[in-house]
Write a protein that binds this ligand. Structure first.
Ligand code: ATP
Ligand code: PRP
Length: 214
């Protein structure tokens, strides 16, 4: 059995079309039930068991080895720094980790930074030689800036429409983000046949997408 932990929500929604194009087996009802574990047969290979987990928990399932593979955003991987192999950049769920704030605060020395990524935010401001107080929040980070809880936010930006709707602007772009395929280190050796087939098929599907784009 090959166990794959998928980050629920946006990541799995963006991933499924690519997974289908790669002709990797999927259950019919993955996105329309409340179930969290799905098993499917895979012709010529071990069956696949999919786990739907909270994004921030995917690296934990994979690093403990209860999942052999995981699909999760690079933002989560950078923040957690778990001992995993990153096998592929899947080029879906693309966005950027940015520092943002109100236009009027741009020239002020930063004091308080609201974020879902306290370690990354701390590392960024240290690298700028700035000592700030990090305010950890779990979502709707833009609110902290609008309401004056923080004079900077460190958060994901894709279209920029959430920033715009709240009167905020990007001050700096720190990391490009996308969903990644990760593997448990010992699974990578023990389940090499299945894992290299998953990687091969995903690479082929991504190459086809790239060819269509050009
Ligand atoms: N606006 C966006 N555009 C593209 N990708 C995004 C965007 N926001 C987040 N992502 C990516 O998708 C992943 C999951 O985002 P999502 O918003 O579903 O998770 P979440 O809010 O952390 O979930 P939860 O609060 O349920 O744990 C993020 O880790 C990031 O890699
Ligand atoms: O630039 P945009 O296209 O507007 O996307 C950016 C928004 O998307 C994410 O939030 P999400 O919708 O996941 O909600 P959350 O803040 O509750 O995590 C992110 O945290 C931003 O708020």
């Amino acid at each position: 059995m090959l166990t794959v932990a998928l980050a629920k929500g946006r990541t799995v929604d963006d991933l499924l079309p690519l997974w289908q194009e790669a002709q990797l087996p999927l259950p019919a009802d993955l996105d329309d039930t409340r179930a969290l574990v799905f098993e499917v047969a895979w012709d010529g290979y071990s069956p696949i068991r999919y786990l739907l987990a909270k994004p921030a928990d995917v690296p934990t399932y994979v690093s403990f080895g209860v999942a052999d593979l995981g699909v999760v955003g690079k933002d989560v991987l950078l923040e957690q720094q778990k001992e995993l192999y990153e096998l592929l950049d899947l080029a879906v769920s693309k966005c950027r980790l940015c520092v943002a704030g109100l236009p009027k605060d741009f020239d002020r020395r930063p004091e308080r930074v609201a974020t879902k990524y306290p370690k990354l935010a701390d590392a960024y401001f240290r690298s700028q030689g700035q000592s700030v107080e990090i305010v950890p929040l779990s979502g709707s980070i833009e609110l902290a800036s609008v309401i004056g809880l923080a004079d900077r936010i460190y958060d994901l930006v894709q279209t920029g429409s959430t920033l715009k709707a709240n009167g905020l602007v990007v001050y700096d772009t720190v990391h490009d983000i996308s969903a990644r395929l990760v593997a448990n280190r010992s699974s990578y050796r023990m389940k090499q046949r299945e894992i290299s087939e998953v990687v091969r098929r995903l690479n082929e599907a991504m190459a086809k997408r790239e060819a269509v784009r050009q």
